[in-house]
Design a protein. Sequence first.
Length: 137
Amino acid sequence: MSIWVIIPISLPVFTITGIWVVYAMALYNQHVCPVDNWLYNQSCEEKLSLQRGPELCCTLDNVPLISKCGTLPPESCFFSLICSTGSFMVILIGLLRYAHVIEKHQNCVLNTAGLSTGWICAAGLIMVGNFQAIISL
């Protein structure tokens, strides 16, 4: 068995774990509300970062979306690292798959389309990870 088998397995393990770590960092820094808080209010007196105690008044701006969790520092740095590393792994997995298929079936249009589609997705992931924008509704 080849050691290259570890790369496709480690991609989802690494990225899913990393996204949960980013969420935990954003929750610890009170940049987002907990997932189990389903009561969002439009009129809270204080910002989330100024509130203390077990009961937090959350607005729709504090919904724990992936992009919201990775917007503010310090979790934005870790989010960017996860996205960049994940996109590199997608590029590597796509290239290894392309080489494997081309070895078995010579030149195939679907194989080339799969490689280019994977690299386009990886480029999009790099853009998401490195150019986070704070969007207020």
